[in-house]
Design a protein. Structure first.
Length: 369
């Protein structure tokens, strides 16, 4: 019942936030002049962000109006995307081995005021609490809809500038990892989440520039919302990357003072190479907290055409380890089957080594609309 309540609240939320937003997927209402004269409703497929069209849904003002009557105060195109992910599975060796079903519901809102900028708002909801399987997949929790992030991106002298709250520094990074992890047990960004997938602690500003030759440079800073570049946690990050048709490589550096004044620095490199039947992704990262160095690595293979779907297999260190620590590994294999443009089914298996090894089996269903 809580899920249905969230789904019922979603349209009202979109109506309230429409003046500020829109999303990856697109909803266009054409030929609308009055609420009482709704002649045509056209829902485009999710995760397609087309150029603004005439006679589209306007955000703000008196509600649904024809684009010709807009006073120019808002963009003539507002887009919204919706996604629902569910996972059914169990993990042998975990604190709870019960078979469970978890879900998460995401809304994306995006609006452009100049045609080149984008104001984006992310809204999330999920199961009341994550099961061991839901936690392994990093699903959102909490049955109430909540704003997960607000980001504004705009061009700046040929570069792209992004500022926002709950925004990653790596939002402007190009990277060179083509592998998509099945679970959160497998490190993101080909095992370089700290250096090339640099996150944020609150308020973030990041900028990136892509050269015509395939090279790109990016960097940014993130601080806790109540004190920018102060005594609280500050993160700095930079990246350089090169991407071509069949291969790419990226190098990243970040520094995190943890709010203590003692920096932990990270260096990372990832890359990919595409063969005729598969794509190989690799990553390596090292950290230095002033007392010891720690390292981790990743290797993944993606086979894009296996029957009607695709296969992904990977092995990686579960974390960054010093020479004095025991090194544990994670392994995963999955098969992704696109039922149609808006629905994908992905069964898979995964293993996480530790003092008590965990072995999981799960089926993930993703819906986009």
């Amino acid at each position: 019942m809580k899920l249905f309540k969230s789904l019922l609240v979603a349209p009202a939320t979109i109506g309230l936030l429409a003046p500020f937003s829109a999303f990856a997927g697109e909803a266009n209402l054409n030929d609308i002049s009055k609420y009482s004269n709704l002649e045509h409703l056209d829902l485009a497929n999710a995760f397609v962000n087309d150029e603004p069209k005439n006679n589209s849904l306007l955000a703000g003002g008196e509600g649904l109006v024809d684009s010709g009557s807009s006073d120019g105060g808002f963009s003539q195109t507002t887009t919204a995307s919706f996604s629902v992910d569910t996972v059914l599975g169990a993990i042998d060796g975990a604190s709870s081995e019960t078979t469970s079903l978890d879900f998460q519901f995401n809304i994306g809102l995006s609006t452009s005021f100049t045609g080149e900028d984008s104001l984006d708002i992310a809204i999330d909801s999920g199961s009341a609490a994550a099961s061991t399987t839901g936690a392994a997949f990093g699903f959102d929790t909490g049955t109430s809809l909540k704003v997960d992030g607000v980001t504004y991106s705009f061009p700046l002298g040929g570069a792209t500038m992004v500022v926002g709250d709950s925004t990653d520094i790596s939002a402007t990074y190009t990277g060179a990892c083509t592998y998509s992890s099945f679970t959160d047990y497998t490190p993101d960004d080909c095992g370089t989440a700290n250096s090339l997938g640099t996150g944020g602690t609150g308020t973030t500003a990041t900028i990136g520039y892509a050269f015509d030759s395939g090279f790109s440079l990016a960097g940014g800073v993130s601080s806790t919302s109540d004190e920018i570049l102060g005594d609280n946690t500050d993160i700095f990050g930079v990246e350089a990357a090169y991407n071509s048709d069949g291969y790419g490589v990226a190098v990243g550096y970040s520094s995190n003072d943890g709010g203590t004044g003692t920096d932990t620095t990270y260096w990372g490199v990832n890359g990919y190479y595409t063969f005729d039947i598969a794509s190989l992704s690799v990553g390596y990262e090292t950290s230095d907290d002033g007392s010891a160095d720690a390292t981790g690595y990743f290797v993944g293979l993606s086979f894009p055409e296996v029957g009607p779907g695709s296969v992904n297999v990977a092995a990686a260190t579960a974390a960054l380890y010093t020479d004095a620590q025991t090194e544990y590994m994670v392994y995963e294999a999955s098969y992704s089957y696109p039922v149609n443009d808006g629905m994908t089914i992905t069964p898979g298996v995964f293993v996480k080594e530790g003092t008590s090894d965990e072995t999981g089996v799960a089926v993930k269903a993703s819906f986009a609309f």
